[in-house]
Design a protein around this ligand. Sequence first.
Ligand SMILES: NC(=O)C1=CN([C@@H]2O[C@H](COP(=O)(O)OP(=O)(O)OC[C@H]3O[C@@H](n4cnc5c(N)ncnc54)[C@H](OP(=O)(O)O)[C@@H]3O)[C@@H](O)[C@H]2O)C=CC1
Ligand SMILES: CC(=O)N[C@@H](CCC(=O)OP(=O)(O)O)C(=O)O
Length: 349
Amino acid sequence: MSMKLRAAIIGATGYGGVELIRLLLTHPHVEITSVISSSNAGAPLADGYPHLNQIVLDKLDAIDVELIKQKSDVVFLAAPHGVASGLAPQLIDVGLKVIDVSGDFRLQSGETYERWYKHKPADPAYLAKAIYGLAEVFGEEVKGSTFISNPGCYPTATLLGLVPIVKQGWADTSSIIVDAKSGVSGAGRGLGLTAHFSEMNENFLAYKVNKHQHTPEIEQVLGRVAGEEVVITFTTHLVPMTRGILSTIYVNLKQKHTEDEIIDLYRQYYEGRRFVRIREKGKWPATKEVWGSNYCDIGLSLDERTGRLTIISVIDNIVKGAGGQAVQNLNLMMGWDEATGLAFTPVYP
Ligand SMILES: NC(=O)C1=CN([C@@H]2O[C@H](COP(=O)(O)OP(=O)(O)OC[C@H]3O[C@@H](n4cnc5c(N)ncnc54)[C@H](OP(=O)(O)O)[C@@H]3O)[C@@H](O)[C@H]2O)C=CC1
Ligand SMILES: CC(=O)N[C@@H](CCC(=O)OP(=O)(O)O)C(=O)O
């Protein structure tokens, strides 16, 4: 009998699911035992993803909770918003560990979820069970838990950039402005005008201005860390590239601090955490420097004229922003080193 943890992936035919497969294939303690599709059961996964030819031989399974229970120990849910709210409770009830990468269990308030996501919220009893898996901030809560809500891609980049300064009480939390940009893969594999080459190539646009569903998620976590309500201005943009998020964050400081003090604060906060790298003074990260990896790289610049701190935070949206952080959370849940199966270098150039 295999001693490996058996993993099933729902939404295996999407970008998040396929990235999870790539990462789990080389994970030393995990074996993929079921790749699941709601619309294409019976077909080989590699039919839709020829890059997996001769690597993943499995045919897609249908969604069948009993079968998933027989075949696996942990289930990754990588389905669109509004699916996990119904499915995760059933999977939890049969004793499976669950890691959901959608937004269905990130917000504590069902009412807030409904307002921003326009879907019916999950049962509050299950919302209360979900641990928010921002690994570098809430890793202690993730350890030993069995149900993780994986953070959104923009919130991961933005919160890792903001939490140290907010937690320290140095930030004027009423002044936070986040200007974030994403590659097009963030929208998934589904076709739409924004995924259309002629629409996106040579283009750069803002979308969901003041309406983005990640706004309340960022505010919820900052509120928790600050111990007071926080509201932010958050604008998202699409960039004509495939992977990557760059979040530019502006925040006023309550008192004078030097750039060296701030860089030290961030280095101390993330000490011992493998996946957050703080750039040295005067250097800022680019998305290509984390491409295909689980790193979040952060650069800090204090403008002494305005007393405003500019924070630049980059991730690969599908790795640290989805599948990579989900595997990191699995590692923490299981008591394994958090970098197990993730300790690879970004692809460059
Ligand atoms: N792309 C990214 O950068 C990130 C994505 N996410 C989240 O991950 C989730 C998946 O996103 P992504 O992979 O990009 O999206 P995709 O559109 O690429 O894939 C979603 C997959 O979900 C499956 N699906 C559709 N309807 C259902 C259903 N009713 N029940 C079960 N499965 C269904 C589809 O496969 P099939 O029809 O075969 O079942 C599809 O392949 C989303 O919630 C997204 O918000 C989170 C962070 C970053
Ligand atoms: C470029 C793009 O469209 N990005 C998506 C990212 C959200 C997403 O799909 O992921 P979460 O699970 O993190 O919400 C968006 O803005 O809605």
